[in-house]
Design a protein around this ligand. Structure first.
Ligand code: CP3
Length: 417
């Protein structure tokens, strides 16, 4: 199956990719793409049948300069960047920006050793979500929770045990098991998520973007079927290749609940939502097309019918082999990990879809100078539009906190030409 180099998920704004060169030097002294986005075509046709709310080039042409300027002062940088507005620098946040690399978090864990308490008690999850906000002022404030959090509301008990990770005591492997899975009613099952998001929005206002998140059906299913984290994913593959109809019925149930959960988060203050399909790359491309992509498409299409303006970010770990397929799910942002060079990711994805990433989290173990150089390299390769600077996966345990601070300082001092 051939994939076009530009995403065609909405009224497609296409740029001439040949204008991208990595040779010009910026005033900051790092190479930046000399990207002149020349408007070519703004088609109403969509391969995915999802209509993006705004055709950027058209909008800029028709809106007055004053109106654009006014929206720039009120809307958070990340939302403007995703939409394709001209911004002064790339917005920056980090996956797992709250967590064990932070001393305040480790201290709080001593008083509250249960992960589920920390993520399900409104006061604690607000406090933890705000820890990185208070220290680094990232351009995205992500809810402190977990992709597994909604599972209890679907009749799938779980826990997260220190040193062991997620545990699902009753893994789901048969049609009967799947029949016991209930549809999520977020306001009944996870009211604390809504309350936390509301509080974060009122605390942060428009100074940053409140980010919600969910697990994608395949990644959630990998935990639910394996019973926890896995090395070889043998159980879910046994199900996928031995009894695909059972896995499909589980994935379908998950897709319905995940869409409801995204809408709930958006209704309670999330201004963008990231879908984590972290383990989708355990599937070969042909199996990704069978067991992940259709459900991602279904979720995004469903959410866009009621929340057309909500940006959706799609992340998979090790996704170099899947980029075009990920883009075909019609997310607004493809979050890229370090298995692909950012310049190549841009070339392969085109400039209609925004990109997020993709510094190797291990870089944060390097010297400050090294971190600075890697940030400059990534930003230069991503181009001056539609880029959210981030790591290619979450901040690693043991990362020096001062290096994370340095990452944010450097990122926030960047200026596009
Ligand atoms: O990014 C953020 O700051 C928000 C917090 C967040 C957590 N989990 C908190 C958490 C997010 C976005 C997640 C998503 C998540 N959870 C994913 C997708 C992202 C990814 O890493 O690919 C996955 C696969 C999970 C499942 C999960 N939960 C794992 C694999 C673990 C790690 C187990 C371990 O001990 O290392 C968890 C637990 C977890 N969720 C932690 C945190 C901060 C670590 C445990 C702790 O702090 O006590």
């Amino acid at each position: 199956m051939a994939f076009p180099s530009t995403s065609m998920c909405g009224p497609g704004v296409q740029y001439r990719s040949s204008t991208m060169s990595l040779s010009s030097r910026s005033s900051l002294g790092f190479s930046q793409p000399a990207l002149r986005p020349e408007f070519v075509n703004c088609s109403k046709e969509s391969r995915c049948n999802i209509r993006r709310p705004l055709c950027i080039s058209q909008a800029i042409a028709t809106e007055s300069a004053e109106k654009v300027a006014a929206s720039e002062t009120t809307e958070p940088l990340l939302l403007r960047a995703v939409r394709g507005d001209k911004v002064e620098r790339p917005p920056v946040w980090l996956m797992r920006q709250a967590g064990r690399y932070m001393k305040v978090y480790r201290d709080l864990c001593e008083k509250h050793p249960s992960f589920r308490e920390r993520s399900e008690n409104v006061d604690l999850s607000i406090e933890i979500s705000l820890q990185p906000w208070k220290k680094f002022q990232p351009d995205g404030v992500i809810l402190f929770s977990d992709i597994l959090t909604p599972l209890t509301g679907m009749n799938i008990p779980f826990d997260i045990i220190k040193g062991k990770g997620p545990i699902i005591p009753h893994p789901i492997r048969t049609a009967h098991d799947v029949s016991q899975v209930r549809e999520l009613v977020p306001e009944e099952a996870v009211p604390y998520v809504g309350e936390t998001l509301k509080a974060l929005k009122s605390e942060v206002g428009n100074a940053s973007t409140i980010l919600g998140f969910v697990g994608a059906p395949f990644t959630l299913a990998s935990y639910i079927v394996e019973g926890g984290s896995s090395k070889n994913y043998s159980n879910i593959k046994r199900l996928a290749f031995g009894h695909p109809e059972v896995l499909h019925s589980l994935l379908q149930k998950l897709a319905v609940s995940v869409a409801l959960y995204i809408k709930y988060q958006a209704d309670h203050g999330a201004q963008a939502v990231q879908i984590f399909d972290s383990w989708a790359t355990q599937l070969s491309p042909v199996d990704f097309e069978a067991f992940s992509l259709p459900y991602l498409k279904q979720i995004i299409s469903d959410v866009k019918t009621t929340h057309p303006h909500l940006p959706i970010i799609l992340y998979a770990s090790g996704s170099g082999g899947l980029l075009e397929r990920m883009a075909s799910a019609c997310a607004d942002v493809v979050s890229v990990d370090w298995s692909v060079d950012m310049a190549e990711a841009r070339q392969r994805l085109g400039h209609d879809v925004a990109v997020q990433g993709n510094v190797d989290p291990g870089v944060l173990f390097g010297s400050k100078d090294f971190i600075t150089r890697r940030i400059h390299d990534t930003v230069a390769k991503a181009g001056q539009q539609k880029h959210i600077l981030n790591l290619g996966h979450g901040v690693l345990v043991g990362t020096p906190e001062e290096n994370v601070e340095h990452f944010f300082d450097v990122a926030k001092s960047l200026r596009y030409e």
